[in-house]
Design a protein around this ligand. Structure first.
Ligand code: HAS
Length: 544
């Protein structure tokens, strides 16, 4: 095992922290699933439900993902580029990220932040929630600085070389994060902290629009590292070249350029934003769906090539020749399949007229469990089957368990999400404590909710098995190098740099598109004049 001392120490801490978030977030998920399902016991009261829902959303959507991504990047980038990351920047990033998360988590657990992970004003949390979020964001910026510093050092020594494809994905991820977060941090400090500390009145539409400026690139911040992992792992496991490196780079470019000026598709139903602004964001939404289709094509072609080389015949005969018993491959490929369903749902969400039907219903919950809950989460689990043995120098505690776990997640999530899509079409709302409205809701809502609960329990069990496997591997398994057997570390042969590697150009184009896409709604909001309202605390009491 090559020695990347402080990078690996950072990756170990960051990944273990992400597992803790996944475990706690998963526990909250189970509580809310049982509480919301008809005929099942209410495990918490209404206030508890929103605290648990906030904890689940923040821990899963922000903490699990951000810490895993940082750990993965710190492991991958120095190995691929052969340059070291600054230890000072790494530890500063970790310290701030952990401190920020701890502050926010403490107030959530104390029931003083029931604002959900979207923290829309005028719902108000304790100021420590917002300050914690801001400190976490600053920590991630410092982490990004460590990666970019190393990349620039490598670039100076390799002026004409293209960057390795997975490292390029990490850079794209961090660029998207840096595009997305500054306005959010600005709004948190300008509006939400003064609202929490001094009862400042804020304009809900203005703060919602700031949130969704950030909220949509956030989803590509989750997705792009999963895509980078697929590009890294699938060809290596199959022993073939990626079908097209250029296509992979075009996908990254489209993610960088188009992932930020799209957030109004979350606000189609909001009054006060013109049809023109929403139409602009619809066009860019369909633009940012394209790289996922390119990714699917590229990876399926790679798999088909390997499956046919292994003797697969006929239209789909190659599929059965793929290494479905390797948990790193199976987890990645199963994620890709469910991402197909999630993506189709996303295309439906992005249609203005269909959005009327699905907005704020369980359909959306089904959508994001297929995307961030599977395409991203199951991929990170698959990656862990290689990363954790490699980082800790140990065999997996149970390869049999690792082989079964991704399938259990796949089946549970398929049942859960499809049932929730159906429930959404029947009109079942999301984020409601008593979803049956004390018996006044239509009887047709019961069956899909019960089926969803069964699926939820199956994939929750899969998550618990994953964490058990990880814990046992880190603490008890025997020394070994199974990570390398499951995911061979084949070096990439790198060609010459082309315009597709010119990150500066694509960032410039992204900035122009962001400026156009967001100046329209913000001009509309500010030119009409703001309508500030008093903040509302956890118990529904107006604070201002
Ligand atoms: Fe989304 C809401 C539109 C992708 C996450 N999305 C959400 C929310 C979350 C989320 C968390 O337009 C809820 C936010 C909240 O709390 O309110 N989404 C899209 C579109 C895409 C999309 C157009 N979403 C994602 C991804 C996410 C994510 C990725 C997380 C990682 N989404 C929306 C809209 C809303 C929304 C509206 C707001 C709804 C509302 O009203 O509130 C696209 O990027 C999707 C593109 C993907 C594809 C699929 C490509 C095909 C694949 C392969 C298929 C596999 C095959 C088999 C064929 C077009 C990947 C392979 C074979 C083998 C052998 C392996």
């Amino acid at each position: 095992m090559a020695d990347f001392g402080h990078e690996d120490r950072f990756a170990r801490v960051s990944i273990v922290f992400s597992f803790i978030a996944l475990g706690l977030g998963g526990l909250f998920g189970l509580v809310q699933l049982i509480t919301r399902t008809p005929y099942m016991p209410k495990l918490v009261n209404e206030a508890g439900y929103y605290a648990v829902l906030t904890g689940h959303g923040v821990l899963m959507a922000i903490v699990w993902t951000a810490f895993f991504i940082m750990g993965f990047a710190a492991y991958l980038v120095p190995r691929e580029l052969g340059v070291r990351l600054s230890p000072k920047l790494l530890w500063a990033a970790l310290l701030l990220s952990v401190a920020g998360t701890a502050a926010a988590a403490t107030v959530i657990l104390a029931g003083k932040a029931t604002v959900l992970y979207t923290f829309y004003a005028p719902l108000a949390a304790h100021a420590a929630f917002y300050l914690g979020a801001a400190v976490l964001i600053i920590g991630t910026w410092i982490f990004a600085a460590a990666i970019f510093k190393a990349y620039l050092e490598w670039r100076r020594a390799n002026k004409d070389k293209e960057a390795p494809i997975a490292t390029l994905g990490v850079l794209a991820t961090l660029i998207i994060w840096l595009e997305a977060t500054p306005p959010l941090a600005f709004m948190v400090l300008k509006d939400l902290v003064p609202m929490a500390l001094a009862g400042k009145y804020v304009d809900p539409l203005e703060t919602r629009t700031y949130f969704w400026y950030f909220g949509h690139p956030l989803v590509y911040f989750w997705l792009v590292p999963a895509v980078a992992f697929w590009y890294y792992a699938i060809p290596r496991i199959l022993g073939v070249r990626l079908f097209s490196r250029s296509m992979a780079k075009v996908a990254y470019i489209l993610f960088i350029v188009a992932s930020t000026p799209v957030g109004l598709h979350h606000q189609f139903m909001d009054p006060g934003i013109s049809g023109f602004a929403k139409f602009f964001h619809t066009v860019t939404t369909y633009m940012v769906a394209t790289p996922s289709l390119l990714t699917a094509f590229n990876l399926i072609a790679t798999m088909e090539r390997a499956g046919r080389a292994a003797g697969g015949r006929g239209f789909l005969g190659w599929v059965w020749r793929l290494p479905w018993g390797n948990p790193v491959f199976a987890g990645s490929a199963l994620s890709l399949i469910l991402f197909g369903f999630g993506g189709i749902g996303g295309i439906i969400n992005a249609s203005y007229t269909l959005n009327y039907i699905v907005h704020n219903t369980m359909w959306i919950v089904g959508h994001f469990h297929l995307t961030v809950g599977t395409a991203v989460t199951l991929t990170f689990m698959a990656a862990s089957y290689a990363l954790v043995p490699s980082l800790f120098g140990r065999e997996l505690a149970s390869i049999r368990l690792a082989r079964v776990q991704p399938y259990l997640w796949f089946v549970g999530m398929l049942i859960f999400s499809l049932a929730l899509h159906l429930a959404g079409l029947y009109g079942v709302p999301r984020r409601v404590y008593d979803v049956m409205y004390g018996g006044a809701a239509p009887a047709s809502w019961v069956a899909p909710l019960l089926v969803a609960a069964m699926g939820g329990i199956v994939f929750w069990s899969s998550g618990a098995l994953f964490l058990l496997e990880m814990m046992a591997t880190m603490l008890r398994a025997r020394p070994g190098s199974q990570g390398v057997q499951l995911l061979p570390a084949v070096p990439e042969s790198l060609g010459r740099k082309t315009v597709l590697d010119s990150l500066k150009l694509w960032v410039l184009i992204a900035v122009v598109l962001i400026a156009i896409g967001w100046s329209i709604p913000f001009y509309e909001i500010y030119s009409r004049g703001l309508s500030p309202v008093p903040p509302v605390g956890p118990d529904g009491v107006k604070l201002g």
